[in-house]
Ligand binder design. Structure first.
Ligand SMILES: [Ca+2]
Ligand SMILES: [Ca+2]
Length: 162
């Protein structure tokens, strides 16, 4: 049995942003994309490490919308454009008009070894107590697509047996 004592947000052991360098450098778009990536990452790491219900799988157990998601790997393979907040509204101030429409947000969640969060090859699904979350925000740019990638790792904490 595993008891989770820390929220995943606290356990984000490392995070890095690497802005894609394909295409023209566009500081304004990079800044917007960074904000959009952090928004989604904060949401994901605020969810549980594992689904609380029996029969959990790697990937979503719950149907969209994503407000139903309750564990980090529910977001694996998720992708949407234009960006919406968790309640399904847009970021335009009123929530009703699509904006930032050129941006697409996509998520990959994968298990990685507890002692090597940077492993090039992820572990098989559901086989480790560390999940690497990659939020990618991409937009069209001259010469190709540019993207910002935000990575975090969440781990499950195993207290010492007493
Ligand atoms: Ca779930
Ligand atoms: Ca799940």
């Amino acid at each position: 049995m595993t008891i989770i004592l820390l929220t995943v947000g606290v356990m984000a052991v490392f995070a890095s942003i690497s802005a894609g360098i394909r295409g023209a450098v566009d500081l304004e778009n990079i800044e917007i994309a960074s904000t959009l990536s952090r928004d989604l990452m904060d949401e994901i790491i605020g969810k549980g490490f594992d689904d609380p219900d029996a029969g959990a799988v790697f990937g979503p157990e719950e149907a969209e919308p994503r407000v139903n998601y309750d564990d980090a790997d529910d977001y694996d393979g998720w992708s949407k454009s234009p960006p919406q907040n968790i309640s399904g509204t847009y970021f335009d101030g009123t929530g009703t008009t699509p904006n930032y429409s050129r941006f697409r947000r996509a998520v990959t969640v994968e298990n990685v070894p507890e002692d090597n969060f940077n492993a090039g090859t992820p572990s098989a699904d559901s086989t480790t107590d560390a999940k690497r979350i990659i939020v990618t925000v991409s937009w069209p740019a001259p010469g190709g697509t540019t993207q910002v990638e935000l990575k975090s790792v969440v781990t499950e904490y195993h207290p010492e047996a007493r």
